[in-house]
Design a protein around this ligand. Structure first.
Ligand code: ZN
Length: 415
């Protein structure tokens, strides 16, 4: 087994994952001097290391006690379960464990331990189990997430998630951050299948549900965000994802809260914040119940979201108003141009009416009634009733002195 009880300090000690040879010989010496005892039967423990098995604690005099054997078997199963994880998984798990056990020392209602030690009979083991009052939290870290695309693994993670719920535990997952996929211009987050399954529904998420229910009445809510909503009937279901990473030798958690939307692959959701970076120790807080972040700041976040929404809405409405104004202006100019063109074609008519032409021709070429009839019935339909001015121009230009002259000119003009 990897844990032993410190015989003086009564603390649980773990063997480091990749100890150096000097660390190993030091652990062996400490064991020889009686520092390590079995957490289950209090027997003296020694440190063993060899080719076949990794370094571990073993009972000094007899075979392992029954409980230690159970824990050992659980530990073996757990190591198989986490085999696919990176080295970072161990580091993160241990830091989470340390952080939580520090908190549990302050509050005795609070218990924390490695998952396989709490209940050896489980089918799947959370990395860490934390208990406060009647709530049991199954905390798991997922690293090496790129193969999450692998459907077998997605199935396994989903199975673990649902299994913890069956076992009356509340699953909390931390995902290594490199898989975060955001579409900032659409205010969207794209999730892997597995991420979609393990997204948490916390008390704060429920508060967001209530908050959003008061503001979202229809699809138009999403227009200022430029978010293409997928669902037809709006169902408000806020969830959150915890992305974990180390930065400046501290564990940070990026909380991404979103409104679930697309329920088929690829999964996309409406982002409710830009990813709040939190220090891990401030993220997992020991309060009346287990909360994953500070609710005071969340209330501020909701107000921030609302303010941001109001601003975006204003901008959006302003933009729409401008577009409408521009469209109206374009329409106005078009009509104006149309009217202008029409008057241009009307100009000859206004210049000289047929009555005026008749009068002029009577004076100029002694146009008779019969000739006038011929002009009106035979030539005007071809020249255009509106183009009396054209006829007058032809008469003058060609120096016509009779209707015979004019007839010849008109015939030529028509052809
Ligand atoms: Zn024992």
């Amino acid at each position: 087994m990897r844990e032993a009880l410190h015989s003086i300090d009564n603390t649980l000690e773990r063997i480091p994952y990749t100890p150096t040879s000097s660390e190993i010989s030091n652990l062996k010496n400490l064991a020889k001097k009686g520092i390590y005892i079995c957490p289950y039967c209090n027997a003296d423990l020694i440190v063993k290391s060899g080719e076949e098995r990794e370094i571990h604690f073993a009972h000094k005099h007899s075979e392992s006690c029954e409980e230690a054997k159970n824990v050992g078997r659980a530990e073996t199963r757990y190591s198989k379960q986490v085999k696919r994880e990176t080295q970072q998984h161990k580091v993160l798990t241990d830091i989470i464990y340390d952080e939580l056990s520090t908190q549990s020392k302050i509050d005795e209602r609070y218990e924390v331990d490695y998952g396989y030690r709490v209940n050896t009979g489980l089918k799947h083991y959370p990395d860490i189990i934390a208990k406060i009052d009647n709530n049991i939290f199954a905390i798991s870290v997922v690293t090496n997430v790129i193969p999450l695309r692998d459907s077998g693994l997605v199935k396994e993670i989903a199975e673990r998630h649902h299994y913890y719920i069956e076992q009356e535990m509340k699953p909390i997952w931390f995902v290594e951050v490199k898989e975060l996929a955001i579409e900032p211009e659409k205010n969207a987050i794209v999730l892997w299948d597995a991420e979609n399954i393990i997204a948490a529904k916390t008390e704060e998420d429920r508060k967001w549900d209530n908050f959003l229910s008061n503001h979202i009445t229809d699809k138009s809510f999403f227009l200022p965000f430029n978010y293409p909503l997928n669902m037809n009937n709006i169902v408000i279901d806020v969830k959150s994802m915890y992305y974990i990473y180390t930065k400046d030798s501290k564990i940070k958690v990026k909380l991404q809260r979103f409104l679930t939307d697309r329920t088929s692959k690829p999964y996309r959701a409406f982002l409710l914040n830009n990813g709040v970076e939190l220090e891990f120790s401030k993220t997992l807080q020991l309060q009346r119940s287990f909360t994953v972040n500070n609710s005071d700041t969340e209330e501020n976040k909701r107000q921030e979201f609302l303010t941001n929404y109001e601003n975006l809405k204003q901008d959006h409405e302003e933009k729409q108003r401008k577009e409408q104004e521009e469209a109206e202006e374009r329409k106005r100019l078009q009509v104006e141009r149309l009217i202008k063109n029409k008057t241009a074609t009307l100009e000859p008519e206004e210049e000289l009416s047929y009555q005026q032409l008749q009068k002029l021709l009577k004076e100029k070429i002694n146009l008779t009634q019969k000739e006038q009839n011929e002009l009106w019935n035979r030539y005007m339909p071809r020249i255009g009733y509106k183009n009396s001015a054209v006829v007058w121009k032809l008469t003058v230009d060609n120096r016509c002195v009779s209707f015979d002259d004019l007839r010849r000119v008109l015939k030529e003009f028509i052809n």
